[in-house]
Design a protein around this ligand. Structure first.
Ligand code: NCD
Length: 304
């Protein structure tokens, strides 16, 4: 039995296989529509979500399986004071697979300890978000035809943005990747996230200035300032509009740049960018469903 609490739970070879499987599902959806018949996925979401929860659920339905769960902590016995451990022991009796989002860093690791079915981390606090990273890797592969040899700019809230942490951990394993980390001083990538960059001697630079680095980027990964992780609303208000991608700024970019964003967007990408062929974020959302289908098949050990 496998759990996915961090992207490093998957080898590069396994990620490649998931990407291939997702592409096969996209090309031949009919072949998979009964693959998870009589299997159940539980989605336990203690924090808000649109894409992650609904793409997991759509993924399971498209595999012929069924879904149960809750979309807010208040609707579960957590509101009565139940621990994650006890909830997970319970859900393990009802479902074959669990996808869990929680505001506390490490909660899915605790869940994995007590579960008797596989647990997938669907986002834990400001820490990790491995299935968003699988989504991002499939998107980059589809857009660029490769996962290495590129300059990846990550912009916005790099401190609390869990998608960024997992994406760095994943992409530093591919050859020829260079990172440009663009954030306000207060929202820089935490030092523990930089450890694999340093160990792998992966080139990276940190800057506060998006415009000056724009011409060099192959990927620009924009992020939302994570309001819910701030201790102080005044700090959020001061930092929330640090970066707004506008058509004028995009004029400085390569013609084949891909602008990505895990979404939800607040203000950091002007609506006019949506018409630009370099805007990739809505395609990214669709890819999220297919890579989650591939992951469900893998964890349930379904041969399809
Ligand atoms: C992200 C998340 O939840 O971390 N969203 C997502 O899963 N697509 C990014 C965010 O909330 O800003």
């Amino acid at each position: 039995m496998r759990h996915i609490t961090a992207i490093s739970d998957l080898s590069v070879q396994e990620i490649d296989a998931l990407i291939m499987k997702a592409r096969d599902i996209m090309a031949n959806p009919g072949r998979y529509q009964e693959a998870c018949r009589h299997k159940k996925l539980a989605t336990l979401f203690y924090e808000p979500s649109t894409r992650t929860r609904l793409s997991f659920e759509a993924a399971m339905y498209e595999l012929g399986g069924q879904v149960l769960g809750f979309s807010q902590a208040e609707a579960s016995s957590a509101a009565k004071g139940e621990s994650v451990a006890d909830t997970i022991r319970t859900i393990s009796c009802y479902a074959d697979l669990i996808a869990m989002r929680h505001h506390k860093e490490g909660a899915p690791t605790v869940a994995a300890h007590y579960a008797t079915v596989p647990v997938i981390n669907a986002g834990d606090g400001g820490h990790n978000h491995p299935t968003q990273t699988l989504t991002d890797l499939l998107t980059i592969q589809m857009e660029k035809g490769r996962l290495g040899n590129m300059t990846v700019g990550l912009c916005g809230d790099l401190k609390f943005g869990r998608t960024v942490h997992s994406l760095i951990e994943a992409m530093c394993r591919y050859p020829g990747v260079r990172f440009v980390l663009i954030s306000p001083e207060e929202l820089k990538v935490p030092s523990y996230v930089k450890i694999p960059l340093k160990q792998g001697q992966v080139p990276y630079e940190q800057t506060t200035d998006l415009q000056s680095v724009m011409p060099r980027l192959d990927i620009l990964y924009m992020t939302r300032v994570q309001r819910e992780r701030f201790f102080n609303e005044d700090d959020y208000i001061r930092l929330k509009d640090s970066y707004i991608l506008t058509p004028a700024k995009l004029e400085l970019a390569k013609p084949d740049l891909s602008v990505m964003h895990p979404l939800p967007r607040v203000n950091e990408i002007a609506l006019a960018i949506d018409q630009d062929p370099r805007a990739t974020y809505f395609k990214q959302t669709l890819y999220g469903k297919y890579i989650r289908m591939a992951l469900i098949l893998m964890l349930l050990e379904v041969q399809a």
